[in-house]
Design a protein around this ligand. Structure first.
Ligand SMILES: Cc1cc2nc3c(=O)[nH]c(=O)nc-3n(C[C@H](O)[C@H](O)[C@H](O)COP(=O)(O)OP(=O)(O)OC[C@H]3O[C@@H](n4cnc5c(N)ncnc54)[C@H](O)[C@@H]3O)c2cc1C
Length: 542
């Protein structure tokens, strides 16, 4: 089957800036995870800010983060050690300058989170309590209410956001496309409000903080919002995407057929949980000398291999040896989830398997969180900053969102000057060519795409299955990308198809195994593998 790539549209919907309702703001923030919330609060110190989220403010990957946020908080730890751990895990692709920047800002920003009201767990002496996670040489992961860190960080930031006089927040506002002028300057967004319909938000400075793309996979820890919208809209607007072959899979998510894949945090293994196969055999040391504390990609692949060897759909986490009461105290959220499935972790094994978890690739940014489009900054999971390289060190992503959220805000505020303001509110018109091709059911395409990505662009990949994946996506694209939708389901399906193809193509270009990208047909690291980073730009922008 050979399928021609459909014409790449600039916008998913018709644009008519004259007849559409309009909002004006100094700084527009798209997304309400840690990156969006923190950047909005920072920018609002001096500017008017509008923050939009496609769902409720509480619906984000950030909200579901469990284990914690990594930072140097103890005397026996140093910035250098955290930098080294990050670089070692990143398998040769980290940008050292960015790693140093992010890690060195950590302690100060954890202090800011505390000041904004995040209730981190504390030691008796009042210092922030930390734990160890895989890949970290020191205990440095701060957590809140045991295993509900994200909820308590986001909750505090949302409280501050709601009371801030300079912030206008709009929930259930779906950003469809970034608006750009003929010089590729970003001027804001065209979107759709659940109640008020189509609206344009004009802004001299836009911060993209739309998170990741885990929903592209059948098995994922991510909530439904993570459909890669921000990456897709940035790509359509002419932004460079980078490292899209690197999707990180989390080794341990609860496996109960029919139930959603709830994450079983890394911290469990950090605090002594072991992995057993269906015969009760502790197998991790057969694969890596660090056992259960090996980096995530190794643990994920080892679990997959052990499942294959034992012809089983899952393996088990064993915490039965934890001191009485410790599990309930440290992991109350997971405790509740287990209880709801009649699993008593003190007595029973917890069935687990890997799932898609974190998108390492994204919109390419520099040390100022700046993209290649004037007026557009990106931060958090949507961005590719160079911090994670080819594999993310556990609990470094919340930290990255925090650090680059602040950096993006400071730069966006500086840009919102009179000259930049004079560029917005231009007349922009775009008409989507109507197509008479057959319609596909987008719900069906979405589900089939997720199954395809899991099978063909999953924990291990190879040329044949990757090119087959591209062909199937291109086929679906012909019948979905030519349509005009009027609700988020359709736009999400178009975004998912766009991003899935870019991921499959990037995975075909990297002819080696590195970090989370494992090719069965190129199983080794190849230091001569060039280019070092795979960058993707829409062809008519080259
Ligand atoms: C279950 C789970 C556990 C995790 N545990 C940890 C952990 O312990 N430590 C750690 O460091 N990391 C952890 N991570 C990863 C971390 O949570 C994320 O990388 C991080 O929270 C991403 O933050 P963000 O601000 O970039 O995006 P998100 O928090 O995902 O927020 C994205 C926002 O963008 C909005 N949005 C998306 N598309 C649109 C659109 N089209 N229009 C308008 N709004 C849109 C969404 O509504 C949402 O508000 C975990 C992730 C998951 C899923």
């Amino acid at each position: 089957m050979s399928v021609k790539q459909p014409e790449l549209r600039r916008y998913l919907v018709d644009v008519d800036t004259v007849s559409t309702q309009q909002i004006f703001t100094d700084v527009l923030v798209i997304g309400a995870g840690i990156a969006g919330l923190f950047s909005a609060l920072e920018a609002a110190k001096t500017s008017n800010v509008t923050l939009i989220s496609k769902d409720k403010l509480e619906m984000s990957n950030t909200w579901y983060a469990q284990g914690g946020i990594a930072s140097v908080l103890n005397r026996d730890d140093t910035i250098e050690k955290h930098v080294n751990d990050t670089i070692k895990t990143g398998c040769g692709l980290c940008n050292k300058k960015i790693v140093e920047l992010v890690i060195s800002k950590g302690p100060e920003l954890i202090g800011e989170l505390l000041a904004l009201g995040t209730q981190f767990d504390l030691e008796d002496d009042g210092s922030v309590s930390t734990t160890l996670e895989a890949g970290h040489s020191k205990s440095r992961v701060a957590h809140a209410h045991g295993d509900s860190t994200g909820k308590w960080i986001a909750g505090a930031l949302i409280d501050r956001l709601k009371e801030h006089p300079n912030i206008n927040y709009i929930e259930n506002f779906f950003a469809i496309d970034l608006i750009t002028n003929s010089e590729q300057r970003c001027l804001g967004v065209i979107g759709n409000h659940e109640k008020f319909g189509r609206e344009i938000i004009w802004a001299p400075s836009t911060i993209l903080a739309t998170g990741g793309a885990g929903i592209l996979y059948r098995e994922t820890t991510n909530p439904n919002i993570a459909t890669g919208d921000g990456m897709a809209m940035a790509y359509r607007a002419g932004a460079v995407l980078r490292d899209m072959e690197f999707m990180q899979f989390h080794p341990t998510t609860l496996y109960i057929a029919g139930a959603s894949r709830v994450l079983m945090t890394e911290a469990l293994r950090g605090e002594g949980a072991t992995l057993l196969d269906s015969n009760g055999y502790r197998f991790m040391f057969d694969y890596n000398s660090a056992g259960e504390l090996a980096p995530r990609d190794i643990v994920s692949r080892s679990i997959l291999e052990q499942m294959r060897k034992t012809d089983s759909t899952h393996v088990y986490l064993d915490v039965r040896h934890f001191e009485d009461g410790h599990f309930q105290k440290r992991f109350p959220f997971i405790g509740e989830i287990c209880k709801s499935f009649d699993i008593d972790p003190q007595k029973d094994l917890i069935p687990v398997r890997p799932s898609a978890h974190y998108m390492i690739g994204g919109v390419k940014t520099d040390e100022n969180a700046k993209t290649n489009l004037a007026g557009l900054w990106a931060c958090g999971e949507v961005a590719s900053t160079g911090l994670h390289g080819a594999n993310r060190l556990a609990s470094n992503s919340l930290l990255e969102g925090l650090v680059f959220g602040k950096i993006a805000a400071d730069a966006a505020v500086k840009n919102s000057n009179a000259k930049a303001k004079s560029l917005v509110n231009r007349k922009i018109f775009y008409n989507v060519k109507r197509s008479s091709r057959s319609r596909l059911d987008t719900e069906d395409v979405r589900n089939s795409l997720r199954a395809l990505m899991w099978r063909n662009v999953g924990i291990t990949r190879a040329q044949e299955s990757l090119s087959e994946c591209s062909e199937i996506i291109l086929f679906w694209q012909r019948y979905v990308m030519d349509k005009i939708f009027d609700s988020p389901d359709g736009w999400e399906c178009q975004n998912m198809l766009a991003i899935a193809l870019l991921m499959a193509e990037a995975a075909q270009q990297r002819l080696e195994s590195r970090g989370v990208h494992h090719r069965d047909d190129y199983p080794n690291l190849d230091e001569a593998c060039l280019p070092k980073h795979i960058e993707q730009l829409r062809p008519d922008c080259v």
